[in-house]
Every structure is written in C-alpha cells, then in structure tokens.
Design a binder for this molecule. Structure first.
Ligand SMILES: C[S@@+](CC[C@H](N)C(=O)[O-])C[C@H]1O[C@@H](n2cnc3c(N)ncnc32)[C@H](O)[C@@H]1O
Length: 209
C-alpha cells in the first residue's frame, strides 16, 4: 500500500512524539470530560496516535464493561500505542489500523474523540460523516484541535505556516461542518485561538438503531 505524506511523516515522529508534543498539544482532559463518559461507555478515538489520551478516557470507564477503541492509519504510531496499552495492561483497549475517512465498524459508540487529528485528515468532512455513522443516538463527538490563531497578531501567519509544514490545516471550517453533519455544535476557543473544543450530539437515530 502506498503511504500518504502523513503516514510517512509519522514514521519518524512516532519515535519522538511523546517527548515533544506535551509542549504544544493541550486540553486533553477538558475535551474528554466534555464527552460525559459513563463506566460502560464505548469510546472511539479517531487518529489516536500513540495513545496519549487513553488514560484520560480510561479514568471514566469500568474496565469490565467500558471499551475504548483507538483507530489510526499510521502503523508506527499504533505500535507506540500498543506498547503503552501493554505496559499498563489496559485490557479494554483495542487498536485498529484504518483510515478515518473510509473506515467501517460493526459497532456503534457512545462517544467519539478527535484530538489534534481532524486538521491532519485530507478528507476531514468524510471523517466527520464516518463518525456520525458510528455514533449511537444521544452519543457525543468531541473535536480538540488547533484554531485559527485570531488573537495572535503578527504571530498568526507564523504559527499557521509552521503547522502547515507539519501537515496541519488551520483554514478549514471545521465547526461549520460539524453543525452541518450533526445538526448542532458547541464550540469554545482557547488561548486567543490557539486551540478549540467543539462538541456535537447525535440527535437522530443512527444506522442499526
Ligand atoms: C497529531 S496526532 C494526534 C494523536 C493523538 N490523538 C493525540 O492527541 O496525541 C494525529 C494522528 O492522526 C492520525 N491520522 C491522520 N490522518 C489520518 C487518517 N486519514 N486516518 C487515520 N488516522 C489519521 C495520524 O497518524 C496521527 O497519529
């Protein structure tokens, strides 16, 4: 299979990810809290990377009935996630290698998380639609990602340009698309537009329900 530019990017970055990203990727616990998880929730993280959000999700789950699926298309990032899961003996975590824009699972989820992944997915509207298809009625999707740096003055183009070099697109209408796909969205912007959290609920009956 031909690797995409992002998969190639993470062949190297997988090794340094956990040591470097704490400086720039914030707001994980807050985004997970917005999912309102229960002990028996079934959770899907799309673009889970090395699994840095897993502990935030798992603190809400009862390992005997809750379930967390981490999906990513990078084998290198998933290998790091697999080691993390083994190290902590997290038996209710399952890892899946698949593309966010095209995946199809038999299961439906109570909550879906995109943490700093949506802005890296070329067909991100497709990924939101896949999420919608896999969300149970009443389920929630949370997106945590980089914003447009609107309050950053002259640093705005610098930050956005630097992110673009790292395959992160900050100019798309992510929140508007969530409103279109899910029919509702609540958004909060943080640190002058550095990042945002957006929450949508699946108000309708999904397939299989
Ligand atoms: C910045 S990392 C975020 C990882 C993790 N969610 C976190 O918060 O640390 C973005 C992740 O999205 C994954 N990704 C990007 N495009 C994807 C796609 N089309 N399908 C599945 N995963 C994708 C990358 O492989 C990478 O692991």
């Amino acid at each position: 299979m031909t690797q995409t530019a992002v998969q190639r990017f993470y062949r190297f970055h997988a090794y340094v990810y956990d040591f470097t990203r704490w400086m720039i990727l914030h707001g994980r616990a807050r985004a997970v809290a917005m999912l309102r998880l229960r002990p028996d929730s079934a959770v899907l993280e799309i673009g889970c990377g090395t699994g840095l959000n897993f502990r935030h999700v798992l603190q809400y789950l009862d390992p005997s009935c809750g379930r967390l699926t981490g999906l990513d298309f990078s084998a290198d990032m998933l290998e790091r996630a697999r080691r993390r899961v083994a190290r902590h003996d997290w038996r209710c975590v399952e890892l899946v290698q698949d593309d966010a824009s095209t995946f199809s699972r038999d299961q439906r989820y109570d909550a879906i998380l995109f943490a700093y992944s949506l802005t890296m997915i070329p067909d991100w509207p497709g990924a939101l639609r896949r999420a919608r298809e896999h969300l149970r009625p009443g389920g929630r999707v949370a997106v945590l990602d980089f914003g447009m740096f609107s309050g950053w003055g002259p640093l705005k183009p610098v930050m956005r340009g630097w992110l673009k070099l790292n395959h992160v697109q900050t100019h798309e209408s992510y929140v508007e698309e969530m409103r279109k796909v899910f029919g509702n969205v609540r958004v909060q912007h943080w640190l002058g537009g550095y990042n945002f959290t957006a929450i949508s609920e699946n108000a309708g009956a999904g397939p299989g329900h």
